[in-house]
Design a protein around this ligand. Structure first.
Ligand code: GZL
Length: 333
């Protein structure tokens, strides 16, 4: 039986032991509450800067990246730059401060990246370019580029038109809706298309202006084209979304899209493929946004210091209305 004296001693011992356990516990919790980096759970961290949310293609690309990061067990820090280069540069600097394992981004424009890419290199953080590339002369500033050959997309678009108009007599007037000014897809698609249509001297680009890859931009610029040019035979739009916006302007002007004005676009997102199947578009060159799975494989490889190719191009096709009808039921984006 416990005497009074022993009872007090026992209570004190329990109190001291409890206090000790609590202090140890708090100390342990205190470390994680002091804002230190959480205990390394071994997960890779990828910092991603996205162009924005300007088109159906971009939405599909963002979904592919987020879903693939989850599937790969990679912690994703994601930033939407709303189409502004300065926001992308800020996001990349934040990722450097946060000491992420890998940085990936789709550069909204080709130029102006050397300084921030050198900061990432000096911090020992590998960079992967996805979708769009940069014009940096120093290829050591990034590990690889994964995306499409935009010149080829423009070339395929132009070659279709050359074939489509080979028996045409007289001038074929073309208007062009360019993508975002200074972006790799806008520069390269324009280049590839111009090179291809040079094969037929009857093909003339009578107006070319940016619609910034958006439906609203495509509609507004097409309205201007229609007001200023009484005879338009063909529209070449650098993406489906601008072509879809232009459809509204063409119809409002009392013309039949796909017949009075042939329409060629690039991407092959679902809404564009539906317009093609309906005969409102005439040809689409595909540009796949589903870069997520390959990107996550590359993140794991570069974080282990494995050597990877400097450029990895995605396989893509082209579509006519009949091919669009056949492809639509299983289209992933
Ligand atoms: C191309 C991509 C372009 C798409 C547009 O890879 O960068 O940006 O063609 C998107 O739809 O806005």
């Amino acid at each position: 039986m416990l005497t009074m004296g022993k009872a007090i001693t026992r209570r004190r011992a329990v109190a001291v032991l409890t206090a000790t356990l609590l202090a140890t516990g708090l100390a342990a919790c205190g470390n994680s509450d002091t804002g230190d980096k959480p205990a390394d759970d071994g997960k890779l961290t990828l910092g991603f800067s996205q162009v924005g949310a300007e088109s159906g293609w971009r939405t599909a690309n963002t979904n592919s990246i987020k879903e693939s990061a989850t599937a790969a067990g990679i912690e994703l820090k994601f930033d939407d730059a709303q189409g502004k280069q300065e926001n992308q540069i800020t996001a990349i600097r934040n990722y450097i401060q946060q000491k992420v394992d890998v940085i990936a981004f789709s550069p909204v424009v080709e130029s102006g990246w050397d300084t921030v890419l050198k900061e990432a290199k000096d911090a020992g953080i590998p960079v992967i370019l996805t979708d769009r590339s940069v014009d940096s002369a120093d290829k050591s500033l990034y590990k690889t580029f994964i995306g499409s050959d935009f010149v080829k997309e423009g070339k395929l678009s132009g070659e279709w038109l050359v074939n489509e108009t080979k028996s045409a007599t007289g001038t074929v007037n073309i208007v062009e809706l360019q993508g975002t000014t200074g972006s790799a897809p806008a520069n390269d698609r324009k280049k590839g298309f111009a090179e291809a249509i040079a094969a037929n001297p009857n093909l003339k680009v009578i107006a070319s202006q940016t619609g910034d890859f958006t439906r609203a931009g495509g509609k507004a610029v097409m309205e201007q084209f229609l007001k200023a040019n009484p005879k338009i035979d063909v529209l070449f739009a650098h993406n489906d979304d601008m072509g879809l916006g232009a459809l509204e302007a063409i119809t409002a002007a009392g013309k039949v899209p796909g017949k009075d004005i042939k329409i060629i676009t690039i991407d092959a997102v679902k809404d564009g493929m539906q317009a093609l199947a309906d005969g409102k578009f005439n040809f689409i060159a595909e540009c796949s946004p589903l870069l997520g799975p390959q990107l996550m494989d590359l993140v794991k490889k570069v974080s282990k210091g494995e050597t990877i190719p400097q450029r990895i191009e995605t396989e893509e096709g082209t579509f006519t209305p009949e091919q669009a009808k056949a492809a639509l039921p299983t289209r992933k984006y």
